[in-house]
Ligand binder design. Sequence first.
Ligand SMILES: C[S@@+](CC[C@H](N)C(=O)[O-])C[C@H]1O[C@@H](n2cnc3c(N)ncnc32)[C@H](O)[C@@H]1O
Length: 273
Amino acid sequence: MAVRVFEGIDHAAAYLQHRVAPYELINRIMSYMEKRMPNQFNLAVDVGCGSGQGTILLAPYFTKVVGTDVSPAQLEIALTNPRNPPSLSYRECPAEKLPFAPGEVDLVTAMTAAHWFDREKFLLEADRVLRPGGCLALLSYTMDMELEYGDVSNATLHDICNEFYTALLPYRNPHIGKSSMEIYSAMFDSCSYPDKEWNECLRSKRILPLSGYLGMVETFSSYQKLLQQDPAEAERLSNDTRNKLMSAMKVSSPDTEVTVVVKYFYWLARKPL
Ligand SMILES: C[S@@+](CC[C@H](N)C(=O)[O-])C[C@H]1O[C@@H](n2cnc3c(N)ncnc32)[C@H](O)[C@@H]1O
């Protein structure tokens, strides 16, 4: 069963503005591929590409990159990115039915997206389109991003952020359950390729304004669900979190920059030759 929760144009625009781009992960994927298949890479397909901030990072390595998504709003926003190179294009289609011939694709990625798919059908479809020796890379991050700011205790900031995440838990979509890492781990176990690796935590730091951190959490599907059901409560929760964080940091502007620690997990696999 596929789930459609990324259809709003405002949500899609917030995505492009706030979601962090997974630079380090792209490096990991490319070094995995380069060790195994040093020849030129022709086609990469980023499934569930959203507004394309991860998709675009693949462009330097491939002759052609295609981002695919079921959400017309996300694709509309992806197309507005002025940095899109000519080798990058987008297609509206489900992850479970990709518009590529068998064995045509060198790399299939899904970035913070595979937990939304019909996972069994998607893995079969990725296997169909991958060429022998081609790679599959699935990545995501845990919701509990951490904040660091000057000499303010990390634990204090962490507690405030945790309160925010905990308040959002009841709004998580049942399709993704309590832990998306468990979903990826189960997908990893079900992948029959012998050459595969699982990586549980890659900590990646980003300097963002505090408002950017809050904007990113507001793109989570759980926050969007709360926003739909009770906009006043969603706004109160976000403002309350912002005020508590500013007070702990002893600052008066939400433009103050903080370090956001994103904890990625990912797995890579190579289709047998
Ligand atoms: C959390 S967003 C991630 C977007 C982007 N990859 C990123 O890293 O920010 C998940 C995306 O997956 C898409 N999606 C969900 N289910 C899908 C499916 N069955 N087929 C294709 N795309 C899907 C959504 O429309 C959404 O754009």
